[in-house]
Structure formats: C-alpha cells, structure tokens
Design a protein around this ligand. Structure first.
Ligand code: 13P
Ligand code: SF4
Length: 319
C-alpha cells in the first residue's frame, strides 16, 4: 500500500505539471478510475469518454481503456497528444473486424447504410456512415429505420441482434463478439436468479440473447450504473465486466452486487468477467507514460478525417 500511495502521488503531481488529463473507462483498475475523477478527468462509458476528450482544453489526454478509445480521442482532437498506458490493449471486436474483409462486406451491399460500433479500428470507421456506442445505438438505428434505411451492422452480433429485435430494422450483421460478455450464460443466470429472487438483473447488450432476455435493464456501462443507483432494489445481478462494480458500489453504497455467471466450470472460462485488455492499464504504466511521454496514439490523418464523419454524426445526434 505504501508503494501504491507513492505511485498515486507521483501521478497526481505529473498530471498537474504536464497539464494532462486522465480519461478512464469503468472497466479499468479502480485506482485509475479514482485518480481520473479526483484530478478533474473523467470516468465514464465510451460515448462520454469521446465527448469529454473532444471538449476538454488540455493539450494532452491520457486514455486509460483500450485502443479504439484512444483512436477516437485522436480522431476528434488531432491537435492533442493522446497517450495510453499500454498500446497493446485492444478489443476482440476490433480484432475480429479487419478492414479489408469489412470493406468487401460493405462493397457487396451498397444499398445498406453502414453502422459500426465504437469498438472498431479507425480504418473501419472511415468506411462507415455512422458510429454508435451501446448507449445510443438503439436510438440511432430506430431513427435510420424510420427513414426506411436498410442497415449493415458490425461487428458485435449480440448487440446487433438486440437492436434488430428492439427496432424491427432490416439489419445485416457481422458475426463478431466480445470475449468477456460472450461468456455470460443464460441457463446459469436463470439458476442464480432463483437463488436471489429479489435481485434485479443489469445486462450490457454485448451479452448473448439468452442473458439479455432475462434483464430488468439493458444498457451501456453508464446506464447500468445509473440503474443501480436509482432502482428500488437492494440486490443486483450484473452481466458486464466486473470492473464496473467499483463505481456501482460507490454510487449505491449498501446495495449488493453479484457478478452474473460465466461458464459453468470456471476452468474453461477464458476471461471470467474481466477484460484482459482493460486489465493492462495500471498505475505503473500510467506513471511511465507521464514520465516519458511515450505510448502515443497516432492515426493516419486521411483515415482520421474520414472516420471523424461517422463519429461526429453520432455526437451531433446525441447533442
Ligand atoms: P460502454 O460504451 O457501455 O462503456 O461499453 C464499452 C465496452 O467496451 C463494453 O465492453
Ligand atoms: Fe472489447 Fe469486450 Fe474488452 Fe469491451 S470488454 S474492450 S468489448 S473485449
């Protein structure tokens, strides 16, 4: 603990000295979330991270999260320096949607409006008409559907089919998934619900349909925290990355949060409700980037300009 206190003090001092701002996701280490909050940065879902980074006056942003979050920050603020604790922190959705295959998929369906999830590379976004995050995907697809648009959706198949069911839109789905949320199991959740009959079930829509169907609330990380805080219940079963429990517990002290079941046998569980890439963000590598200014995110300016169009559309829609 003494080493941790010293690391945190040094990070606080360097953030001030370098006039840098820390932007963190709810899935990263609790110490990083706390530091972001107490030093005037932000801890939030991916939509709010994008907006906060774009609107903040700081010249340097440190993004504690995964690569697509750093890239989005850079695309929205090409003049800012964007650093990340570990540049290898990626996402299975991004990895599962290589731009060449994605472009061929789009080329094969030119009549469709291309909507991509935020969890994609800058190059994939550059090929899209709209970017969405989990907090606003439903509203944007509903809006497009009302205009009679047919949609090509990538990459998360679970989020895509959830939105398709809710809106009735014509959606052609890429077959990607999040390796963390894919592990949540419907049958085991049903058993757990019987054990906690008064618990409300909070589910991130990257989870399989068998889990989503049992939810009391489906939403982005911010929306799930809000539900935990405001719902009239004392117990919650939570189907998303367990990094979120830190904030939930702070937002709703006294309430009880239980992580939803993953694979029946935990020995077969690859990720056990915690994203291995989010877990790459820590106090030590955060201090390293502050001391050395390395681990900088670069996005090809031509690709970035194209990608910006679909991100701006979402942010304008959200405004
Ligand atoms: P949110 O936009 O809900 O924070 O989700 C981001 C993410 O990567 C979820 O796995
Ligand atoms: Fe990607 Fe899933 Fe990790 Fe979120 S939790 S960053 S969707 S792999």
């Amino acid at each position: 603990p003494e080493e941790k206190i010293a690391l945190k003090n040094r990070i606080r001092a360097l953030l001030k000295e370098k006039q840098a701002v820390l932007v963190a996701h709810y899935y990263v280490d609790a110490d990083l979330q706390d530091l972001a909050e107490e030093t005037g940065g932000c801890v939030s879902d991916s939509l709010e991270m994008a907006r906060f980074g774009r609107d903040h006056a700081a010249k340097t942003l440190i993004v504690a999260g995964v690569k697509f979050m750093g890239e989005t920050a850079k695309i929205l603020s090409p003049e800012k320096t964007i650093l990340m604790p570990d540049l290898d922190a990626t996402c299975s959705l991004d990895l599962g949607c290589p731009v060449d295959e994605f472009a061929a998929f789009c080329d094969a369906h030119p009549d469709r409006t291309v909507v991509v999830y935020a969890n994609t590379s800058a190059a994939v976004k550059a090929r899209a008409d709209w970017m969405v995050t989990s907090s606003i995907g439903l509203d944007i697809v509903r809006h497009l559907h009302a205009q009679g648009k047919k949609i090509l959706w990538a990459p998360d198949k679970h989020l895509g089919s959830y939105i398709q069911k809710e809106t009735g839109a014509d959606m052609l789905l890429w077959q990607g998934s999040c390796l963390v949320h894919d592990e949540f199991k419907g049958v085991e959740l049903d058993v757990m619900k019987a054990e906690y009959p008064n618990a409300k079930v909070l589910v991130h829509p990257e989870s399989p349909a068998s889990v989503v169907v049992q939810a009391d609330v489906v939403g982005s990380t911010s929306q799930l925290i809000h539900a935990a805080q405001t719902m009239d219940a004392q117990e919650f079963i939570v189907a998303t990355d367990n990094g979120i429990l830190h904030k939930m517990q702070m937002a709703a002290p006294g309430k009880r949060f239980i992580v939803a079941p993953t694979a029946g046998n935990s020995a077969t569980c690859k990720s056990c409700a915690h994203c291995p890439w989010m877990a790459m963000n820590g106090l030590r590598n955060l201090l390293h980037v502050l001391e050395n200014g390395d681990h900088e995110i670069h996005v090809d300016p031509v690709v970035g300009q194209k990608a910006r169009v679909c991100i701006d559309r979402m942010l304008d829609f959200a405004a």
